[in-house]
Ligand binder design. Structure first.
Ligand code: FES
Length: 677
């Protein structure tokens, strides 16, 4: 009769009876304790780390003592894996049980541990990657007698107690090639698909890095995270501009390019794939990792990005009825797309509709309105705004062609958000003098020291958040009407100048004096119009979804993307970009699409969830909705022609709605108001 010892595992509280001399990993497996392992107990992966606890544990009526665990042996001493082993921690596969023990399995060693991370939102996610690695010893005699498949099955059963359902044909060839006259240790790359396990690839020797890349292919920027799939750790993040921009600033101009150029589609596809490949290579190089260790890539993007990346025709996405080539998820091999990773698979979740992409679906996954009783408005503003509204009962989705104005394009002195760009603006309501803040400095223009910034980097233009604040301040100060007309107030301020039949506001003069050489940064009437059209398109899309949901206002608003991260919610409401809402319930959620992509990278469960979720979303097509035009017209006014904004009025003094849009009349009204005070 072998001696057995009682083992309690924390934090799970699971108990096991361990045969004297068994490893902690073996006991944990027997008791179904979540303790990770890739190398199969060979002491090289470092995934099985545990921390023994010693002392009297009255709760379990158990005394755990140091000599109840074997001493550190040579394999543990020689361990040189990537995972650092802290003082007092042990490799569970090497530590043998010789008495009753309490053993803690730290979160780092739990395969399904919930992940808590700030830079990308993985809240509530349990690790469940589609790809995993298993190291096994394949016996030469078996390969010879029963063939490679049976030999692998036997090894999996012997070492891991499972048998894979299917094999990639190449795997069997490779194993036959690897295993000669002597047994061979190989690493199996397994993929879970539709409830079964496939041996997807095989490599000679022990390999424990299981890497994945989550990519958000945006029309302006491409962002990517390199992650370790077995821990959920973000190893590196990087981004670059989407080189497709050279074929067209916004989506429709890229579709037009394809329509007008016989090889335009191929060019669009080539540029997207090159950008993604280069980003993956950068991430691997930065972390000194190998493309051989890459097993999964997840890519999300709007329908034009999705289709162009896959090499599908994008032309149907530019015209009614905006048909998708597929409304299902897609899995393809990385090499077939020209991407690094000879064994990697690329997963693209389904697009919601021909105008609302897989990026919006990924954002929904990350922000989870479908799990909330609160009616959430989720807005991702790029050159195309993707809008989702709803709650646990029903979700609605639409997109609006906002164009690039919010990114600083189509604006006289607009520029991307780089150092030197004006990002904050205030206008004094009495003197009409502006105060500005530029990216790269905490100083306002009224602070001493700001003049130093004028030398380097200088004030180079105005970015999206800056133009929104400038327009908002022009309205709040009374220099601009609710209809978006800059008034002729030259008799009250020299900041307003005439430009033909319209007026502009001078936001910055390089030397502080009158500037005639065009280096001043101005907000022109044309700029206001560009912002007005963009904001009306966005707001009309939002209002259309609210109407479909028969809802007057959202309970909470989440602004996604770089735009959401930089825009001040107060000014978003002043402009009427978003409906009135308590300020505390408006939040910037960062790259929600990227967070969703990371979730899909780390969890097969999330992949199944998004595929189901997309089927249930009601798609609203703004281009064919009769109401859109009327809503658009109402949304042209600041903040809005008909909607109320009680929450906004608690924060700022919103000018009363003028009775007329005639600038001269408004000016008279304003003057008489000022004279009366
Ligand atoms: S299981 Fe790999 S080091 Fe212990």
């Amino acid at each position: 009769m072998p001696t057995v010892h009682r083992i309690v595992f924390t934090p799970s509280g699971l108990e096991a009876q361990a045969v004297d001399g068994a490893s902690v990993l073996e006991v944990a497996r027997e008791a179904r304790v979540d303790l990770d392992s890739v190398c199969g107990g060979r002491g090289v992966c470092g995934r099985c780390q545990i921390t023994p606890s010693f002392g009297d544990f009255s709760k379990w009526a158990l005394r755990s003592e140091p000599h109840h665990l074997s001493e550190v042996g040579t394999t543990e001493q020689d361990y040189q894996g990537r995972r650092f082993v802290p003082e007092g921690w042990r490799l569970g596969c090497q530590a043998k049980v010789h008495g009753p023990l309490v053993v803690d399995v730290p979160a780092e060693s739990q395969l399904h541990a919930p992940i808590i991370r700030k830079e990308i939102s993985l809240e509530g996610l349990a690790l469940d990657p589609v790809s995993s690695l298993r190291v096994v010893s394949v016996r030469a005699t078996q390969v010879k007698s029963v063939g490679a498949q049976e030999a692998i099955n036997e090894a999996c059963q012997r070492e891991w107690r499972f048998v894979p359902e299917t094999f990639d044909a190449e795997v069997l060839k490779e194993v036959t090639r690897f295993v000669g006259d002597s047994d061979e240790t190989v690493t199996l790359h397994l993929r879970q698909m539709d409830g079964s396990t496939t041996v997807h690839s095989v490599r000679k020797g022990v390999h424990v890095d299981n890497l994945g890349v989550a990519i958000d292919l945006g029309s302006t920027t491409v962002a990517a995270h390199l992650m370790e799939l077995s821990s959920g750790e973000v190893l590196a993040s990087s981004g670059l501009m989407n080189p497709q921009i050279r074929l067209g600033e916004d989506l429709m101009s890229r579709v037009s390019y394809v329509m007008m150029n016989p090889d335009g589609g191929k060019e669009l596809t080539g540029l997207a794939r090159e950008a993604v490949a280069s980003l993956i290579n950068t991430l691997l190089a930065d972390t000194e990792r190998s493309a051989e260790d890459l097993t999964e890539v997840v890519l999300v993007g709007n329908p034009v990005m999705h289709h162009s990346f896959l090499g599908f025709d994008v032309v149907p996405l530019g015209q009614m009825p905006f048909d998708l080539a597929t409304d299902r998820s897609v899995v393809v091999s990385a090499p077939s797309l020209g991407l690094p990773g000879p064994h990697a698979s690329v997963y693209l979740p389904p697009c919601i509709a021909g105008h609302v992409g897989a990026d919006a679906a990924a954002a929904v996954l990350a922000e989870a309105p479908h799990k909330s009783s609160k009616r959430q408005l989720l807005v991702d503003v790029g050159t195309n705004a993707e809008i989702v509204f709803g709650d646990e009962n029903q979700l609605y989705a639409a997109s609006s062609p906002t164009g690039p104005a919010f990114e600083g394009a189509q604006i006289t002195h607009g520029q991307r958000a780089i150092p030197g760009a004006i990002e904050r603006v205030r206008i004094n309501k009495d003197t009409f003098e502006p105060e500005i803040k530029i990216i790269g400095s905490e100083l306002w223009s009224s602070d001493s020291g700001f003049s130093e910034l004028l030398k380097k980097p200088g004030v180079t233009g105005i970015c999206g958040s800056g133009i929104i604040e400038a327009v908002g301040e022009l309205f709040l100060s009374g220099l601009m009407t609710a209809e978006g007309v800059i008034l002729d107030t030259r008799d009250q301020t020299d900041r307003v100048i005439s430009e033909g039949r319209t007026f502009s506001y001078v936001l910055h003069r390089p030397d502080g004096s009158d500037d005639q050489d065009g280096r001043s940064i101005v907000i022109s009437q044309t700029d206001i119009r560009a912002i007005q059209l963009a904001k009306a398109a966005l707001r009309a899309g939002i209002d259309l979804l609210l109407e479909h949901a028969q809802c007057k206002a959202p309970d909470e608003i989440r602004l996604a993307g770089a735009f959401g991260a930089h825009i001040d919610p107060v000014y978003a409401m002043v402009l009427g970009l978003i409906p009135d809402c308590p300020l505390d319930d408006v939040s910037a959620v960062g790259n929600a699409a990227g967070s969703g992509a990371a979730r899909l990278l780390l969890s097969g469960h999330e992949r199944r969830a998004i595929e189901e979720l997309v089927k249930g979303i009601e798609k609203i097509e703004t281009a064919t909705e009769e109401r859109f035009q009327a809503l658009f017209v109402d949304a042209m006014s600041f903040p809005h022609a008909t909607a109320d904004y009680p929450n906004l009025q608690n924060i700022v003094q919103v000018p009363a709605r003028p009775l007329t849009s005639n600038p001269a009349s408004s000016r008279r009204k304003r003057r008489s108001n000022r004279e009366g005070t």
